[in-house]
Design a protein around this ligand. Structure first.
Ligand code: BGC
Length: 774
C-alpha cells in the first residue's frame, strides 16, 4: 500500500485561458495505438515538438509525485515549487495523484497557465487492482489462467481510468528466484516463459486494443532489467549475471512485452555487471530502442537517476543526468536531475538535441495515444468514478480470480473438501479474521480492512447448524500498520512474545471437528524493501500451530503469504495445506469456495518452495553442473544436510481429483531446425469429480554452445476434464520453442538431441526425446 495524500494546490485565482492550442481533433480519431508507429500520431508529435522551447522540452521529461516521501528519500522540493513548474509547462507527468477531482484540478493548472498547454499524463502503481483488489501478482500467476489474468487487469484499468488516471506502473515482469526478496510477490515468479505470457496477458488487459479508449490505460513493463536477481535477495542489490543469463532468462519477458505493444518501460534501481540499469546504454539504447525497434517511453525508477551517485557511478546529479539521458532513460521520476541539468548539458555538448527530442517525442506520443491532446479531461468524469469503481460485478471477478489462484499443496488424508454439514469448526490464527492482510501490499486505493476475512467467508458458506469458533491465538506483528500510517516509515515488528492466547485456541481446537489455521505473513512483510532472511512463520505462530496440532490432527493450514515459505515442519505433520497468498477483496469467500468444494482447486506454483531458506535462490530450471547430485558420494553439487530439490516444486498443485498422464507421443522424432513436430499426451481424470488441470510442456536441450537448463517450461494448457474422461492434448514444437541466445550472440536453434516431458509439474517424469538436424 502506498498511502496517497492528495496534492492540494493553492486555489487558482488566475484568469481562465481558453484551452485551444492543441486540440488536433481531426488527427486523433481512431488511432490504433500502443507503441507501433502511426503516421498520424507521428505528424502531430512533430508539429508539437516544433513549437516547443527548450525549457518546455525538458519539462516533458520530468515526473513529480503528488505526495512527498512516497517510495524513496523525501523530495526536497515542496508543493509551491511544483506548482510554479506546472504553471510554466515544465512538468510532463505526475504520479500518486488519484481521484477525478484532484486530477482535474492539477490538469487545469497546466491547461490554464502554460504556454503550450501540453496535458499531463497521470500515473499510479495499480499492481493488483485499483479499489477492487485482486490477488497479488504472484498469487494470480498461480492460476496459470491467462484469460482471467487479462480480465483482472482489464477491470483494474477500468477502475483506474474512471478515477482519472491513464498510466499504471505494472506489470512487473522481473524473473525472481529468491524467496528472500520481498518483491517476489509482485511478479509471475521464477520462470522466464511464465513471466512472458502472464506479462503479455496483463499488458493486453490494461491497454486493450486501443489506448485512446476510455477504459484502457498505458501499462509499464518493469524493471528493465535484472532487478529480480539481486544478490542474496536484498532489495536494490547488485546483480551480477553474464550476457547469456541476461538474454536467455531476463530479457525475453521484456521482448514479449514490447512485441505486445507495451506503451512504457521502467528501468531499475540495480546495477548490472557494474553499470546501473538507469545508465545502461546497452540495455536501453542498443537492445530496447535499437534491436527491438521499440518507440515507447522509458521512465526511470523513483530517484534512480540521482541514486547513481551513491552507486559510485556518477560524480554528482549533473553527471547522473548526462549518463541517464545518453543511455536512453527518457523521463526522470523524482530525481530532479533532468530539470536542473539538461539545459547546461546540452550547451556543453554532453548530450545532443537529437537525444533530447527523441525522449520528448516518446512522451508526446504516449499523450497522443491516450487521447489527452483531444481532451485533457477525458478521464475526469465523476459519474464514471462513482459508478465504475468497486462494483458488485468487479468484486465477483475478483472472487473468481482469487479461487483460481489457490494452490492445494497437501491433502494427504483427504480432509478437504469439508462437508457443509460439519458440526463444528475452529477458525484459528492471527490471520483468521484479518480483513486487511488479504489486501496485500501494493493495494492502490484498496480500503483498509475491507477484505472478506476467512472467518467471514466460512460463516457465509455454512448454515446455523455448524458451530463456528474463532480464536486469534497469537498476534503476528506489533504494531500492525494502521490507517494513515506511512508503511515505509513503520517497519513491522515480529518479536511478539505473548502466548497467552494459545491455551484458549487449544480449547476450541479440542472441541471442533476440524481446525482451519490461518497463518503466514502480514501483508507488509512482502513488497518493496521487504527482504527477509527468515522465511518461516514469524512471531509465535509455530508454537500455536504445534499446540493446536497436539490436540486435533484435523488441521488445515490456510496459508496467507507473499513469498515461498519454509513449510518443512508443516509438510511433515499437517494433513492439509492450502496456499492462499494475499487474495484481495474477496479472499475469505474464495477460500471458502475451495474449502467446501464449491470450487475444485486448480492452481499451480509459479515458484519453488524450498525445504530451507539456505537453498535460496531456488529454481527448477537450474544448470546440471559437471557434478550433478548423487547421494552416495560427497563431492557432488548439492547439500550435505538436505536434498537439493524443492519441497513443493514449480508447477506443482493438487486437485480434489487425480490426473494420470499416458501415451506421450511425437509425430516425428527428427526435425530440421526450421521444422515442426507435434507432441501429444493423454490426460485422464482418474478421480470422482470434474477438475481443471494445467498440462505443462518442458524440454531440455542436451548439448549447447551455451550450457542449457535441466528443464525449461515451453508451453502449458489449462483445461477442464470431467471425472473419468481422457483428453488428448497436443503441443507444437518448432524453432520458437527450441531457440536460445547462443554463443553466436543470436537467437537460433542448435541441432542435437532434446528431451521432452509433459506432465502436471516441473517434476513430471513422462519423457521422450527427439533430434534436430541441420
Ligand atoms: C518502485 C517502482 C514504482 C515506483 C513508483 C519505486 O520505488 O521500484 O516499481 O513504480 O516506486 O511508485
Amino acid at each position: 500500500m502506498k498511502k496517497r495524500n492528495l496534492l492540494i494546490f493553492p486555489l487558482l485565482l488566475c484568469v481562465v485561458i481558453l484551452f485551444n492550442s492543441f486540440k488536433h481533433k481531426d488527427l486523433n480519431k481512431n488511432t490504433n495505438t500502443n507503441s507501433h508507429p502511426n503516421n498520424e500520431i507521428e505528424n502531430r508529435v512533430d508539429s508539437v515538438l516544433s513549437l516547443m522551447h527548450l525549457n518546455e522540452k525538458i519539462g516533458q521529461l520530468v515526473q513529480y509525485s503528488g505526495k512527498w516521501n512516497a517510495t524513496g528519500p523525501s523530495s526536497t522540493n515542496g508543493d509551491q515549487y511544483k506548482l510554479e513548474k506546472l504553471k510554466k509547462g515544465e512538468v510532463g507527468s505526475m504520479l500518486n495523484i488519484s481521484s477525478v477531482a484532484s486530477i482535474r484540478e492539477t490538469q487545469k493548472i497546466v491547461m490554464e497557465h502554460s504556454r503550450l498547454k501540453i496535458p499531463l499524463v497521470f500515473a499510479y502503481d495499480v499492481i493488483h487492482g485499483y479499489k477492487t483488489i485482486f490477488p497479488i501478482p504472484l498469487g494470480e500467476s498461480a492460476s496459470w489462467d491467462l484469460d482471467i489474468i487479462k480480465k483482472s487487469a482489464m477491470i483494474a484499468a477500468k477502475e483506474t481510468a474512471a478515477s482519472g488516471i491513464q498510466w499504471t506502473f505494472a506489470p512487473m515482469i522481473d524473473v525472481s528466484r529468491d524467496a528472500r526478496w520481498g518483491r517476489i510477490m509482485e511478479g509471475a515468479g521464477e520462470d522466464t516463459y511464465l513471466n512472458s505470457v502472464i506479462g503479455v496477458a496483463r499488458i493486453k488487459g490494461f491497454q486493450g486494443d486501443d489506448l485512446a479508449l476510455p477504459h484502457t490505460i498505458a501499462a509499464c513493463a518493469k524493471h528493465f532489467a535484472g532487478y529480480g536477481l539481486g544478490e542474496s535477495g536484498k532489495d536494490y542489490n547488485t546483480v551480477n549475471i553474464g550476457e547469456h543469463e541476461l538474454h536467455n532468462v531476463v530479457l525475453p519477458p521484456f521482448k514479449a512485452a514490447t512485441d505486445a505493444g507495451v506503451a512504457t518501460v521502467m528501468n531499475a534501481f540495480n546495477e548490472i555487471d557494474g553499470i546501473p540499469a538507469t545508465a545502461n546504454k546497452m540495455l536501453q539504447r542498443d537492445i530496447l530502442k535499437g534491436d527491438w525497434n521499440w518507440n515507447g517511453l522509458v521512465v526511470s525508477d523513483w530517484g534512480s537517476i540521482g541514486e547513481m551517485k551513491a552507486h559510485g557511478f556518477a560524480k554528482d546529479k549533473k553527471h547522473a543526468a548526462e549518463l541517464a539521458l545518453n543511455a536512453g532513460s527518457d523521463m526522470d521520476m523524482e530525481s530532479y536531475a533532468y530539470e536542473a541539468h539538461l539545459a547546461d548539458l546540452l550547451q556543453e555538448h554532453k548530450i545532443t538535441i537529437e537525444q533530447l527530442d527523441d525522449a520528448v517525442k516518446r512522451v508526446l506520443r504516449l499523450k497522443f495515444q491516450l487521447g489527452l491532446f483531444d481532451d485533457p479531461y477525458k478521464y475526469c468524469d465523476v459519474d464514471r468514478e462513482k459508478n465504475e469503481v468497486y462494483t458488485k460485478e468487479n468484486l465477483e471477478v475478483s472472487r473468481d480470480v482469487a479461487k483460481k489462484s489457490i494452490v492445494l499443496l497437501k491433502n494427504e488424508t483427504k480432509l478437504l473438501p469439508l462437508s457443509k454439514t460439519i458440526k463444528s469448526i475452529a477458525v484459528i490464527g492471527p490471520l483468521a479474521d484479518s480483513k486487511d492482510t488479504p489486501l496485500g501490499n501494493w493495494r492502490a486505493k484498496g480500503t483498509y480492512n475491507s477484505a472478506v476475512s476467512l472467518l467471514e467467508g466460512v460463516k457465509n458458506s455454512l448454515d446455523k447448524n455448524t458451530k463456528v469458533y474463532y480464536e486469534k491465538g497469537v498476534d503476528l506483528t506489533i504494531p500492525t500498520v494502521k490507517p494513515g500510517d506511512n508503511q515505509f516509515l513503520h517497519p513491522l515488528e515480529f518479536n511478539t512474545t505473548d502466548v497467552s492466547g494459545i491455551s484458549v485456541a487449544v480449547e476450541v481446537a479440542k472441541k471442533s471437528e476440524v481446525v482451519l489455521l490461518a497463518i503466514g505473513e502480514n501483508a507488509y512483510q512482502t513488497g518493496e524493501g521487504r527482504s527477509q532472511t527468515n522465511i518461516g512463520f514469524l512471531g509465535k505462530q509455530q508454537e500455536l500451530l504445534e499446540a493446536v496440532y497436539n490436540v486435533n490432527k484435523n488441521v488445515v493450514i490456510v496459508l496467507m503469504n507473499g513469498r515461498p515459505m519454509d513449510l518443512s515442519w508443516s509438510a511433515d505433520n499437517i494433513p492439509s495445506i492450502l496456499e492462499c497468498w494475499f487474495l484481495g477483496s474477496e479472499s475469505g469467500n474464495a477460500i471458502s469456495d475451495v474449502l467446501f468444494g464449491d470450487y475444485n482447486p486448480s492452481g499451480k506454483l509459479p515458484v519453488s518452495f524450498p525445504r530451507h531458506v539456505g537453498q535460496e535462490p531456488l529454481y527448477y530450471n537450474q544448470k546440471n553442473t559437471g557434478r550433478p547430485y548423487n547421494r552416495s558420494h560427497v563431492t557432488y553439487s548439492g547439500y550435505r544436510d538436505s536434498p537439493k530439490s524443492a519441497l513443493y516444486p514449480f508447477g506443482f498443485g493438487l486437485s480434489y481429483t487425480t490426473f494420470e498422464y499416458n501415451n506421450l507421443k511425437l509425430d516425428q522424432t527428427t526435425i530440421t531446425k526450421t521444422g515442426e513436430l507435434n507432441a501429444s499426451v493423454d490426460v485422464t481424470n482418474s478421480g470422482q469429480i470434474d477438475g481443471e488441470e494445467v498440462i505443462q510442456l518442458y524440454i531440455r536441450d542436451l548439448v549447447g554452445s551455451i550450457t542449457r537448463p535441466v528443464k525449461e517450461l515451453k508451453g502449458f494448457k489449462k483445461i477442464m476434464i470431467k471425472a473419468g474422461e481422457t483428453q488428448t492434448i497436443t503441443f507444437k514444437i518448432n524453432a520458437e520453442t527450441l531457440q536460445f541466445y547462443t554463443a553466436n550472440k543470436i537467437w537460433e536453434v542448435e541441432p542435437g538431441a532434446f528431451n521432452i516431458w509433459i506432465g502436471g509439474s516441473s517434476i513430471a517424469d513422462l519423457k521422450t526425446k527427439f533430434e534436430v538436424t541441420e
